[in-house]
Design a binder for this molecule. Structure first.
Ligand SMILES: NC(=O)c1ccc[n+]([C@@H]2O[C@H](COP(=O)([O-])OP(=O)(O)OC[C@H]3O[C@@H](n4cnc5c(N)ncnc54)[C@H](O)[C@@H]3O)[C@@H](O)[C@H]2O)c1
Ligand SMILES: O=C(O)[C@H](O)COP(=O)(O)O
Length: 394
């Protein structure tokens, strides 16, 4: 079987696709006929997904561009590439902190307005440069909201640069907690970040809680002269609040990865065009990770790095594997077992894991008779609690 992958948008790293191998065809069919999409931050919220679509690989971290609940109910598994671009974002954030502290944007603008001979410019520079004297990050306090793949790296490197680091993450993953330097102080109140930090950076997904987190209520708690960064998601920032707190002298510099006309022509604001994850290394990492997850899912039914289904890894040693995406309701597993038994088929292995409203079931069968497998598949397809059925032959 050849699996049809459709890349959406033009910025998928082509080298990363070589992971897929001979059993995969890239961009040979229309979106309608593709088994899987591979994408970056393109918005899918108005998409109508075809019944042929089994999976979406997001070659990046954030997945708010994908209607995940709709995908779950259509039996589409969504994968992302956790950590694949974290170093890229971390480097840009550290650069932007220093960029802001040293007043480089207004300094560069002022310099480009100095005209004349090099000697004349030199004279003007030595006279005028004191207006742009900055401050150093060493010894200052950085407050990090979200200590995941990016936030944990920012925390560790900021500490190495001599900063005092405080972090807020009520949902921190155990693996990340182990990776973070013991010198990083975890705070349990978000207000501690806004009250104590000289630099504030946020590295969370866009959620109900984080939407508008950079807003007047939290900004009112900040110290004067703070540098604030948002390289996570646009909607975290209330733009009018940023302008208000720049104008009242609280925010010295605001750096963001998300463009808005409101932010142009402001000396205290530096905007990058969503470049956080845009390095050659990150693009390759993320495409490789998403491609590998798609390959594994399509060829073996195993799920790793999915945002809407649990991790399920199980070696296939039987002639047939049936994978089911089913509603996470009582008795489904018993019904599945009963349908298998009706066909006089023996179950070699069954794994069922739920996540929210849906669950994923791997059913390995000690059966080589294709007709019996087909009959069972028909039964599964007719079951109201089962939304997707696939057969994988060893
Ligand atoms: N600018 C870019 O190009 C770029 C690149 C990568 C990621 N991002 C954004 O950054 C986000 C973080 O990326 P990541 O790779 O670190 O993800 P991650 O999943 O590894 O980490 C996110 C962390 O945020 C924490 N969190 C969730 N809700 C929180 C809350 N209300 N308060 C505090 N912490 C909370 C989670 O517990 C987790 O530890 C992504 O979701 C994406 O939106 C942007
Ligand atoms: O969430 C992410 O990984 C970033 O926002 C990067 O998005 P991109 O892959 O479209 O650059």
């Amino acid at each position: 079987m050849v699996y049809q992958i459709k890349t959406i948008g033009n910025n998928i790293d082509q080298k990363g696709l070589s992971e897929l191998g001979d059993q995969f065809a890239i961009d040979q069919v229309t979106e309608e006929k593709a088994h899987a999409f591979l994408c970056r931050a393109q918005n899918f919220h108005t998409y109508k997904f075809s019944e042929n679509l089994l999976a979406i690989g997001r070659a990046g971290a954030g997945f708010n561009n994908i209607p995940v609940e709709q995908c779950s109910s259509q039996g589409i598994v969504v994968f992302n590439a956790p950590g694949g671009n974290a170093n890229a974002v971390k480097e840009l954030v550290l650069a932007m902190m220093i960029f802001g502290s040293r007043n480089l944007k207004p300094a560069n603008k002022w310099l480009s307005e100095q005209l004349g001979s090099d000697q004349a410019i030199d004279l003007a520079v030595e006279k005028g440069k004191k207006a742009f004297s900055g401050s150093e990050i060493a010894g200052k306090t950085i407050g990090i909201i979200g200590l995941g793949n990016i936030g944990s790296r920012v925390a560790n490197d900021a500490e190495k640069l001599g900063m005092k680091v405080i972090g807020y993450d009520p949902y921190i993953a155990v693996e990340r907690a182990w990776e973070i330097s013991s010198h990083v102080k975890r705070v349990t109140q978000l207000s501690d970040i806004f009250e104590q930090a000289d630099y504030i950076t946020i590295h969370t997904p866009l959620t109900k809680e984080t939407r508008g987190m950079y807003g007047a209520e939290n900004f009112a708690k900040m110290k004067k002269g703070v540098v604030v960064l948002n390289f996570a998601r646009d909607e975290i920032t209330d733009k009018d609040a940023v302008l208000e707190y720049i104008n009242n002298g609280t925010i010295q510099h605001f750096a963001t990865d998300f463009g808005s006309e409101k932010f142009y022509h402001q000396d205290a604001i530096f905007v990058t065009p969503h470049l956080g994850g845009s390095t050659a290394e990150a693009s390759l990492n993320c495409t490789r990770m998403a491609a590998n997850s798609l390959k594994r899912y399509l060829m073996t039914g195993e799920i790793i790095n999915s945002v809407n289904f649990p991790r399920v890894v199980q070696e296939l040693n039987s002639p047939y594997r049936i994978t089911l995406i089913n509603k996470n309701v009582p008795n489904v597993v018993a019904n599945i077992a009963a349908l298998v038994s009706e066909q006089s088929i023996n179950i070699a292995n069954i794994v069922n894991r739920g996540q929210g409203e849906f669950a994923y079931t791997l059913l390995d069968l000690d059966e080589s008779n294709a007709d019996k497998i087909d009959a069972l598949v028909d039964q599964f397809k007719a079951n109201e609690n089962i939304v997707r059925v696939r057969v994988i032959q060893r």
